[in-house]
Write a protein that binds this ligand. Sequence first.
Ligand SMILES: [Zn+2]
Length: 484
Amino acid sequence: MKSFLWLILAGFLLLPGVLVRADGLPDLGESDRAALSPQAERRLGEQIMQEIRRDPAYLDDPEVAGYVSRLGQRLASHAEGTRPSFEFFVIKDSMLNAFALPGGYIGVHTGLILAARAESELAAVLAHEISHVTQSHLARLFGKQSQAQLAALLSMAVAILAARSNPDVAIGAALSGQAAGIQQQLNFSRDFEREADRLGLNMLDQAGYDTRGMATFFERMLQFGRLYENNAPGYLRTHPLTTERISDMENRIAQRPYRQVPDSVEFGLVRAKLQAQNGTPGEAVADFTTQLKSGKYSRESDVRFGYAHALLRDNKVAEAEREVAALRRLKLESPLLESLTAQLQLKRRDSASALQTLRAAVQRYPHARALVYALIEAQIGGGEASAALALTQKELQLAPRDSRLHALQAKTFAALGKRLQQHRAQAEAYLVDGLLIPAIEQLELARKADDGDFYALSQVDARLRELKQRRLEELRRDRRQREF
Ligand SMILES: [Zn+2]
C-alpha cells in the first residue's frame, strides 16, 4: 500500500468526533492548490488533537510522553526545511505504528516503543516522521485533495473506525476496496517515503544516533509484515516499506563511519514502565519475575524498575520498595526512580516522606517536568496548597504553554477556595489545548464567582473580550469556507 493518507487515517482511527465536525475543517482549496497553508494545517491538526486527547488510548503519562517528546525535539532541532512547533504524544496500542498529523503533531504507539531494541531505532522512526512534517508532505497531499475527496476520505475513516471496534474484522480487508480509488491519486508518495528516509537518516546522524538503527528496525518490521500478511504492523500500512527502500538506506548507512551509541538510561526505564502496564497486574508481576530468573536482559536495573512498577500496580508495596532499594544499590540515578519512590510513599499514606523525596528530586532534576507535576499534586494533597501555588507560578513563567501546569494551578486555587482564580486558570489550560469555547465558559464562571477584587475582575473581563473576539473571527472564517 502506498498512501500518505494512512498517516492521517491512523490518526482519524481514534476520533469519531472529527468526522462529525467535518464542517469545521479548514478550507482545503481546489485540486490545483499547491499546498495547505501552515495556519490551516495547524488548525486541522489541533482539531484532531482535541479528539485524541479525549480518547482513552491517549497515554496521559508525563514521564513516558516527556521522554518521547525530548527525543523528538532533540531530533527536530537538527531538521532541515520548515519547522513548526512539534508536539509528540503516545498512544496506548500494541500495534506497531507511528504517524504524523497535520500541523507538526507526531504520535507513537506504545507497541512501537516496546518493539524498538535500541534507542536509535525509536529515534529513526521519529526522524522519518519529522521529515514528513518538515517537507510539508501532508500539506502538499492535502492541497491535492478537493473538499469532495476529503469528504470521501473521512467517510472511509468511519469504516476503519468500525473495523477497529470489532477486532474480528481485519482492518486491511475493510479498507482495501474503498481505499483503491483514493490511493491512485497519491502517486508521489513513494518519493515522499524516500525523501523522509534520506532526511531522517541525516537527522539521526546529526543528533548523534546510530544510523544503522533505521535499517535494522525497518527490516525487522518488514519481516513482521511477511509473517503476518494482512495483519502487517500498522507502520507498514502507513509507510509503504519495500526491500528497495531498505537497500537504499543500507547503502547510505554504509557510507557513514561506524558509531556505537549506548541507549540512554531513560529509554530502558520508560520501556520497562510500559511493559509493567501490560496485561493484568498479576501477569505483569509474573512476567518480570520470569525475566529476572532467566537472567536474559541487557540491564538489570531496567528489569527491576519494571518489576517494581508491576508490584506497585499489584498493590505489593513492601516488595516494590525492596526493588527500589535494590535499584539504589545498583546505583541507578534517574528522576523516574525518585517519582516511583514517592508514589510508593504516597501509597503508604506517608505524605511527609513523599513531599521530602519530591522536593529533593525537583532540586536535583529541575528539568524533569513529571517531578514538578508530582510535587504540586503531593503539596495539594498534603495541605501545602500555598507552596503548590508558588511553584505553579514559578514554573508557568518558564513554560507558559504547559496546559497541565495551568490545570494544576486551577486545582491549587480550588484547594485554596479561590473560585475566580480557579476558573481563570482552567480557562488558560483549555486555551493552550485549543479549546476556545470551554475556555470562554470558564471565564464566564470566573466572572460569576464573587470572591474576586476589582482588579482581578477587570483582568477576567479583558481576557473574556479577547477570546470572544477570537471566537467571532473563527465563526466568520468557517462561514466563508462553507460558502466556498
Ligand atoms: Zn513515511
